[in-house]
Design a protein around this ligand. Structure first.
Ligand code: NAP
Length: 338
């Protein structure tokens, strides 16, 4: 890890000690409160941490919210809090989601923001992507949907070692995907914002790096965050750089893709197929052309879900850091937007 990466991950210098028995406000999805409560209580107890857990009234009707008693907010964009200004003694906001585009520019948020990086998200994303990469690699659809009596013995797939797979976005999730694909043997290409090295992955950055990666890969996986810089990254120009027939998996954010340009490239066969898990509008409207396009598979934002049982461990670790005055894990770089 470089110094710059360490600063981004672990925050700046140690800060002053936090309250010894902090109050955490659960402002995640209201219907998940009881599951979170159980997981958080277990994770806090396992560390010998004392904390007061309070649900937002949206999650536990009848409870009263005292904003001036809250030290930490557990936040999700599907939860009830979007104005942080009433929380006068707030020390930090822990996002329960990995993607923070809905909160990162919030002007009422004046305390450190962390995002979710945990074993459940990493494993879930790695399994989802590996499944879809193998589907493309083995051309499974040709056999599943082609049971027509013809013996096509010529359809022998190459070995994974002869298949180039690109991962656009080599952060926590991109690296988890690489770690699962690598032992299968795929030739991996990676693309990130800053130069970095990752074992077993030919890494690239910058515009020239993206052109090289797209030109070489037969399967590309997008795992980038939604930021002003990544908006419409895969537009008509970038898609035209892709190796003909590229199979694309987008499990990052819908905003990475210029939808009209993708549909045009799919219609012409320049992009062979797309598996899309994330969309500009979610749920994807029933009349959206992606649903009925023969070269698109839609999955309903299920690639990686935050699971309280694993995520609570990270919340508790960061709470322990806050109490001890140690730098928080997984701090969001608000200027970069992720
Ligand atoms: P992360 O650790 O912050 O990694 C982000 C990666 O994207 C880093 O490698 C970063 O480069 C790269 N990047 C950012 N901006 C870039 C740019 N302009 N050009 C090139 N590369 C750029 O995030 P993560 O935990 O891996 O999560 C990635 C995204 O997955 C989240 O933001 C979220 O949107 C999405 N997600 C989706 C699901 C789902 O269910 N579909 C679930 C969880 C998360 P550096 O390494 O140089 O910083």
């Amino acid at each position: 890890m470089t110094d710059a990466e360490r600063r981004r991950t672990d925050g700046p210098e140690p800060r002053k000690k936090g309250p010894q028995k902090p109050t955490l406000l659960y402002a995640g999805p209201p219907d998940e409160w009881l599951r979170w409560q159980k997981a958080l209580e277990a994770a806090l107890a396992a560390r010998g941490l004392e904390a007061r857990l309070v649900p937002h009234p949206a999650a536990a009707p009848g409870t009263e919210l005292q904003p001036d008693e809250i030290d930490v907010i557990l936040y999700a964009p599907t939860g009830p809090v979007s104005d942080f200004s009433p929380f006068s003694r707030l020390r930090a906001v822990f996002s329960l989601w990995a993607g923070v585009e809905k909160i990162v520019a919030n002007p009422t948020l004046e305390v450190p923001l962390t995002r979710m990086v945990d074993e459940g998200l990493r494993q879930g994303m790695a399994e989802y992507v590996t499944g879809h990469v193998l589907r493309y690699h083995l051309d499974l659809d040709r056999h599943i949907f082609g049971q027509d009596g013809l013996w096509r013995h010529d359809l022998v797939p190459p070995l994974a070692r002869d298949r180039q797979v690109a991962i656009l976005g080599m952060g926590a999730l991109g690296q988890a995907v690489a770690a699962m694909l690598r032992p299968i043997g795929f030739r991996l290409l990676g693309w990130s914002r800053r130069p970095k090295s990752v074992d077993g992955v030919a890494m690239h950055h910058g515009a020239a790096g993206l052109a090289a990666v797209l030109g070489a890969a037969e399967i590309a996986v997008a795992l980038l965050p939604a930021t002003p810089e990544t908006e419409n990254l895969l537009d008509a120009t970038r898609l035209s750089l892709a190796r003909p027939g590229l199979r694309l998996i987008n499990a990052g954010r819908g905003s990475l893709i210029d939808e009209a340009a993708l549909i045009a490239a799919l219609d012409e066969g320049r992009i062979g197929h797309a598996t899309l898990d994330v969309f500009r509008t979610e749920p994807l409207p029933p009349d959206h052309p992606f649903w009925r396009h023969p070269r698109v598979t839609v999955t309903p934002h299920i690639a990686a879900e935050t699971r309280p049982e694993t995520a609570a461990e990270v919340v508790a670790d960061n709470l322990a850091r806050l109490i001890a005055g140690r730098p928080l894990l997984h701090l969001v770089d608000r200027a970069a937007g992720y």
